[in-house]
Design a protein around this ligand. Structure first.
Ligand code: FES
Length: 142
């Protein structure tokens, strides 16, 4: 049911933990399953220098957070904002259809952290103009 990569990222998640003085913090929750994901970003010169996550959720949410953080580490803000849940699923080698929303949570948590960074630094990030961190519809189980 789960790929080796999913199991690996679930058992040995990368970039787990809390970050002091993060430049951007994003937290999203799925109203239906109750899972919560928090992403911390350290940004320097528009580059994601470091990223950490704390996820209270299912195995797929943990694997998705782990993979998503790996995919944006060292990347530019513009690249990070474009990370889609599809790219996370692809990198994981697939997720069962009922678990797709877990990867959406990872995409949204990153966007939310980037949005927080933009708010704090008074910047506009292309692709986040219409982002609304309060929009729970986005995070519903599909
Ligand atoms: Fe809710 Fe996976 S079941 S995030």
């Amino acid at each position: 049911m789960y790929t080796e990569t999913v199991m690996d990222h679930f058992r040995n998640p990368r970039n787990v933990g809390h970050m002091e003085n993060a430049d951007g913090v994003g937290q999203v929750g799925n109203v239906k399953c109750g899972d919560i994901m928090k992403i911390y970003l350290k940004i320097n010169d528009e580059i994601i220098e470091d990223v950490k996550f704390e996820t209270f959720g299912c195995g797929s949410a943990i694997a998705s957070s782990s993979m998503a953080t790996e995919l944006i580490k060292g990347k530019s803000i513009d690249e990070a904002v474009e990370l889609s849940n599809k790219a996370v699923i692809e990198a994981l080698g697939g997720l069962p259809p009922v678990k797709v929303h877990c990867s959406v949570l990872a995409e949204q948590a990153i966007k939310s952290a980037l949005y927080d960074y933009a708010q704090k630094t008074n910047k506009t990030i292309k692709g986040l103009e219409n982002f609304n961190p309060e929009d729970e519809e986005e995070f519903g189980c599909h």
